[in-house]
Write a protein that binds this ligand. Structure first.
Ligand SMILES: *Cc1c(COP(=O)(O)O)cnc(C)c1O
Length: 387
């Protein structure tokens, strides 16, 4: 028998990366030497000392049972210490830190804990698809905030209609941004805090990329702004910072009441992060800065090379100051999807159509520098031959 899916699933736009993966696999089957600049998943290895920490903890029988709760006290203390060291932000590890099975898990689950059916969630467009999916699963309604180049790809809070604001309960912000690589500074976050207080809205800031920055310019945390903890939470991940996407570990920090709602949802759905992975996370968070510095150095070289090459092609984009995404205008007036189809067919390169991140992404495409320099050079070569 073939059972229909629930309405809430059918409301979802097709998950972009799965669609892309199908096309990519079809091309590989045809024997094409594909260069994948599609998904934002580091090609670099997790550092050895993190793997060693996992191995050591996995050998201890005490770590084989359900982890439960909001994370090991030691993991939460390591998060708190890292926030102090990196951002100068003080967090109480007891109730201002929650361990997550990757930040995507927490981002997807948060609305279930704080949104009632019909409540509005303010979602950036283009944006990470999980903000909208989580809203739908909670039977909320997404109001999309366009990220426009003229506003530095930051949402314009002043244009959100009053009737929408009345029903709004949650706003998603994301810096360094996926897919645009735009950066929000303290001035933007200060406005967000005022806005949230005025309209009684929870702020959820996605900060997955704060450690992937260039030219030594460190992105800020939302929580660095006075009053931020009163109105919101921040989501963080070890995935991009330490090349740990497959490990599934992240965390949420900030406002206690919001985190309690998230933890209560999780308590009824999952049983926590495998303890040895949390110990590996502790090793990562306590590592000297040289570890992330080495990773940044690799991306910096790639970014410089790719930006120079794309400029030669005459394409329009802003050189990313953080994260590993190039957000580029489709050069010839084609739709994003048609353009990416052409790039795949003629150049064997996977790029992501901008509209997959929301309607406002139409006219753009995204390329990720998660391949080595030789492959990036090959990609630039092939792109220069596009007809
Ligand atoms: C990669 C990514 C995440 C999630 O990473 P996890 O592996 O689930 O921790 C969250 N937000 C954005 C914007 C991302 O690009």
């Amino acid at each position: 028998m073939d059972f229909p899916q629930a309405e809430r699933l059918r409301k979802l736009p097709p998950y972009l990366f799965i669609e892309m993966d199908k096309k990519k696999k079809a091309a590989i089957e045809k024997g094409v030497d594909i260069i994948s600049l599609g998904i934002g998943d580091p090609d670099l290895a997790t550092p050895d000392f993190i793997i060693e920490a996992l191995y050591k903890a996995a050998k201890d029988k005490a770590n084989h049972q359900y982890p439960l709760g909001s994370g090991l006290p030691k993991f939460r203390e390591a998060v708190s210490a890292w926030y102090k060291r990196r951002f100068g932000v003080t967090l109480d590890s007891k109730d201002e830190v929650v361990a997550l099975i990757g930040s995507k898990e927490g981002i997807g689950h948060l609305p279930i804990g704080v949104i009632n059916p019909g409540d509005v969630v303010l979602v950036p467009s283009p944006g990470y698809p999980v903000y909208h999916a989580g809203t739908l699963f909670a039977e909320g309604v997404s109001h999309f905030m366009p990220l426009l180049e003229k506003n530095g790809f930051l949402p314009d809070l002043d244009v959100i209609p009053a009737d929408v604001l009345k029903k709004a309960k949650l706003i998603w912000t994301n810096s360094p941004n996926n897919p645009t690589s735009a950066l929000a500074g303290k001035d933007f976050y200060t406005k967000v805090v005022e806005f949230a207080k005025k309209h009684n809205i929870i702020v959820a800031n996605d900060a997955a990329y704060t450690e992937l920055y260039y030219d030594g310019k460190k992105p800020v945390s939302f929580l660095e702004v006075p009053g931020a903890k009163e109105v919101g939470v921040e989501f963080h991940s070890l995935s991009k910072t330490f090349n740990m996407t497959g490990w599934r570990i992240g965390f949420a920090v900030g406002n206690k009441s919001v985190l309690k709602a998230l933890a209560d949802v999780k308590g009824n759905l999952d049983s926590g992060v495998f303890n040895p992975i949390q110990y590996a996370g502790i090793a990562a968070l306590e590592a000297p800065d040289s570890v992330t510095e080495n990773i940044r150095k690799i991306y910096q070289e790639r970014r410089d090379l790719f930006a120079a090459g794309l400029k030669k092609l005459g394409w329009k984009f802003q050189v990313p100051q953080a994260a590993f995404y190039f957000w580029i205008k489709v050069p010839n007036g084609m739709s994003s999807a048609d353009w990416c189809g052409k790039v795949l067919e003629e150049a064997g390169i996977v790029a992501t159509p901008g509209n997959g991140f929301g309607a406002e992404g139409e006219g753009y495409f995204r390329m990720t520098i998660t391949v080595d320099k030789a492959r990036l050079e090959e990609a630039l070569q092939r792109l220069s031959k596009l007809k």
